[in-house]
Design a protein around this ligand. Structure first.
Ligand code: CXF
Ligand code: ZN
Length: 360
């Protein structure tokens, strides 16, 4: 089967033929129908996110079960499935407390034995998924059966971008009807956060992004106001649109200390700041100590949108099926497996929200 494989940090991935190893009892082999290209794939290419090399990129995909291991009970060949890059163990402290997104073993499947053999030797699946390939194999807990009604091309985006963005608003921030929300950064995850705010009944949804086309997409996803951070001060604009208070919820989807600080400043006293953007370890956020106490804002980290794929994917599928969640609004380009590096360039230039590889 063909896969988009990264051999060297900073280099473009190459399409090559891989042989998957045989299935273990609790693994599932999936034939991919579609896979999104996420910003984390670019971070892996550039070395700011860890992966064992060589690695098959991609961690946001959907497809059809081709084969199951002898111990698999939750899915069968022919099922339509969404893949999750968190494979909850259901036994660690976090899983037992209902926080599968924090599972201690959730990413083990990407950092264990190689999953395939290629022309240059063993290959690992990025984030345990390797969805930018015609096939992959995963632990059964990372394979979530869904209704066959939903086109798999739309289902593909649910496993990372949609769970992360909608989840951040619904499961981390707990946005309530009538509240005001600011989303800073309108790539694929930011647009999903805008849609999450709309689904939550937010009264005003402000979206900030320097790219005019990203702001257009935010409006199409439900933003009520857009802000150009290159032209306007985001906290000042947010205050102006909220009777001088600042927003109830600031959702940061960029991952820079500067945008996290500006999201904090745009959030009202007592409001909630949710950090979704994946930043760098050496980029410290500075917040005045007195403000941390006196303004009583809560700062929450949101990984995987604080979601549990088993609990949250089926209702998201229903929302897409009844037209309440518009996944197509996140897809701006359909590409082939050979175009992944072009997708990185388009993402860097903010030309697209999500590029999606569709397998023939
Ligand atoms: C990322 C967020 C930061 C940790 C790795 C995964 N999310 C999805 O792409
Ligand atoms: Zn991702």
């Amino acid at each position: 089967m063909k896969a988009s494989v990264l051999h060297e940090l900073g280099a473009p991935p190459v399409v090559e033929e891989l042989d998957l190893r045989s299935l273990r009892p609790h693994e599932v082999r999936v034939r991919l129908a579609a896979s999104g290209v996420c910003h984390t794939d670019l971070s892996i290419r550039d070395g700011s996110m860890p992966a064992l090399l060589p690695t098959t990129l991609g961690h946001e995909g959907a497809g059809v079960v081709a084969e199951i291991g002898s111990g698999v009970t939750r899915t069968k060949p022919g099922d339509h499935v969404v893949l999750s890059w968190v494979a909850p163990c259901r036994a660690c402290l976090h899983c037992l407390r209902g926080a599968a997104h924090l599972c201690v073993h959730g990413l083990d499947h990407g950092f264990g034995d190689p999953y395939a053999d290629g022309p240059a030797g063993p290959v690992w699946p990025a984030m345990g998924c390797g969805t930018l390939a015609e096939e992959t194999l995963l632990p059964e807990t990372a394979v979530i059966p869904i209704s066959a009604e939903l086109p798999l091309e739309q289902a593909a985006l649910l496993g990372c971008g949609v769970l992360t963005g909608v989840g951040a608003v619904v499961r981390t921030a707990h946005v309530r009807p009538g509240e005001t929300v600011l989303v800073v950064g309108c790539g694929g995850v930011g647009l999903a956060a805008v849609q999450g705010a709309r689904l939550s009944g937010a009264a005003r949804i402000l979206a900030a992004d320097p790219s005019p086309s990203a702001r257009e997409r935010a409006l199409a996803s439900g933003a009520t106001h857009v802000i150009d951070p290159a032209a306007d001060d985001v906290p000042a604009a947010a205050r102006e649109l909220t009777d001088g208070h600042g927003v109830d919820h600031g959702i940061e989807v960029v991952g820079l200390s500067t945008t996290i600080r500006s999201t904090y400043d745009a959030t009202r006293r007592g409001g909630i700041v949710t950090v979704v953007g994946a930043g760098r370890f050496d980029d410290d956020v500075s917040i005045p100590a007195l403000s941390l106490m006196a303004d009583a804002k809560q700062i929450r980290g949101s990984v995987f949108g604080s979601t549990d794929p088993d609990r949250d994917l089926p209702p998201l599928v229903d929302l897409v099926l009844r037209g309440a969640l518009d996944v197509n609004a996140l897809v701006t380009r359909r590409i082939g497996l050979a175009d992944v590096d072009g997708a990185f360039a388009a993402m860097t230039a903010a030309e697209v929200a999500r590029s999606v590889v569709v397998f023939g």
